[in-house]
Design a protein around this ligand. Sequence first.
Ligand code: MOS
Length: 747
Amino acid sequence: MSAIGQPISRSDGPLKVTGGARYTADIALAGTVHAAIVHSTIANGRTISIDTSIAENSPGVLGVFTHQNMPRMNPTPNPWSHLHPYGQGYLPLQDDRIHYAGQPVALVVAATLDQATHAGTLIRIEYEARPPTVFDLRTAKADAVDPPQFLWPVASSVGDAEKAIAGASNTIEQTYTTSDRHHNQMEPHATTAVWDNDGTLTLYETTQHIFGARELVSIVLGIPMEKINVLSHFLGGGFGGKAYVWPHTLLAALAAKVLNRAVRLQLTRAQMYSMAGHQPATIQTISLAANKDGKLLGIRHDSISPTSVFDSYIEYATLSTRHLWGATGGISTNHKVVHVNRNTPTAMRSPHEALGHFALESAMDEFAYATGIDPVTVRSMNDTQIDPFSGRPFSTRAMRKCLTEGAARFGWDKRTPEPRSMRDGRYLIGQGMAAAIYTHWRWPAKARVTLNADGSALVEAGMHDLGTGTYTVMQQVAADALGLEPQKVIVRLGDTRLPTSHPAIGSTTMANAGASVLLAARAARDKAVTLVLSGHDAPFAGAEAENVEIVDGALRVANRNLNISYSELLARNGVSSLTAEADYDPVEEAKGPKAIFSFSAVFAEVRVDPDLGLVRLNRFVGAYDAGRIINPKTARSQAIGGIIWGVGQALLEQSETDPVTGRFLNRNFSGYLVPTNADIPQLDVLFLGDFDEEASPLGVKGLGELTAVSVAPAIANAVYHATGRRVRGLPITIEKLLKSGPLHKFS
Ligand code: MOS
């Protein structure tokens, strides 16, 4: 039986539930000492003096570092891309400047963490403070500047959107906002840095990109890449926040070098809000124009987001608008940034898309109400098999199926379209929907597969398991290619000494790293087939390679009654193992003949308390086209996680900045709300995609982040349907919903 397609439980599940999985900060090396960061209390200015004398003489203290004695670093490389990752270009403890609240100003290393933390409180810092610049929705348009390109073009224009909009009979223009948000991983960022006597640096690191960490550290610290190993075996949440290298990693590595000790540095929960990136707020303006039947003629979408004073991180919120719906007249998009006193923002599940879709799919809903066309129908009408941006056909696009089957599962036909027309006792009931498109990346990846004499196999790849099931799905892929049971396959990930792979970001792992495992396993199988046909005392001599099957670790040629196990075959040839490597090196998506994206249509029902303005999710249906599904159980887990993530975006999450101090006010889970089990009802998940050969040899497209996209607009649209109030800023809080008075009346 094929392992692919089976709902197999995670192979690392028992390790995790028994505490056997060792996360980065669990790794206890003999002689490890502990570092604590002291951070700035001001957001703009400089330090005039830093007195470390008392701290240095505090019990257990081994070293105190400030900009005065920290070794100098090389600048971060350009261009900024997924594959040359630095979290931020401004490097820690290199000068007396302060650019954001919570910036590192000193590092204390001591025998214990308590000693380091306490000594940090004894450092006396004098600042010259200036008023911070903060992101302000009221002035953002005036303050915005054009950023340099990094991942995609900053602006796009196909056709003539302005002309189409000017000439249309049916137009709407609205502005939508999303809030600053933090990743809030359960596992804080942590690094343990160890230098060997031969000058090799080993970093035990909370990272989604071991090779990127190696490259960045190599450049910034001036160490050859081959002298750096980075390890990350388990992650307690990444969500993009651990995709890039943040200042603490560099501090730990340098302190370990100077002190010649293994140094462990774990961010405190409060430091998680300023020492690593976050998702920046956006202000987005959308114009939609259509003919009287609801066919889109023109779309214009502009977004502004804040970044740090020293970097130009762009939140590409208008990206999906380039690709999702056809508009016969034209589509134009643009991004601007506002430089403010904060640390550099970064990718957060699902970066770009999840923000842009809130605006686009809310606007589509407004447009549906304005024209009186059903929201599902308006999307079907504007569905396209040609990517509007590149003019290429989509490789596969099951949007219509997602709309139709998702609507059927939800019972959309029972919905009464009029706002405030559905009730459950005293509660207002609302039903809303949205659709989504998600970027697919094709990236190079290597892997190695070894068949062992005991009939087991080893898969090795420098990939990660973010907690999503990578160890398990790689077993399934290799098992099928080798003709083994999945439990006979051991998977090793998360070590730069393994074959080079790509970052575990952008929902790329299955399609790309998975392809490298598939190809390596096939190559190992081919080696075994060669041996059985023409090796020593070849048992199948004379048979054809294509007639050899391998089932349960035994090679056979059915019609000739030949049968030999991998173990016997290797023994007969006097070899202890067979190893094969694969180098999956696909053409970049943008340069291929087809446009490759994954798709969804999602449906939400909310219950709104008319007295309290409290919104609760009643039920949710997600219909997804992510190509072939390798493991329905881990895939469903991804979808559930994505939907819950979207519920947080829709209803709860926001990081607020104090305009006077420039600080993020949120510093722990009591001040930053995320959904809990009690917030989440039944979630219904449908996978409707087909094998997509353009996307990957495995036929899969990106899934994980797709599922977090368009949850927020579906909920916002449901809230409108329930209450008649359109909230255009996330999260949809009680204050916003009750701003124009109680919900008992239509207003
Ligand atoms: Mo995801 S934000 O690409 O880790």
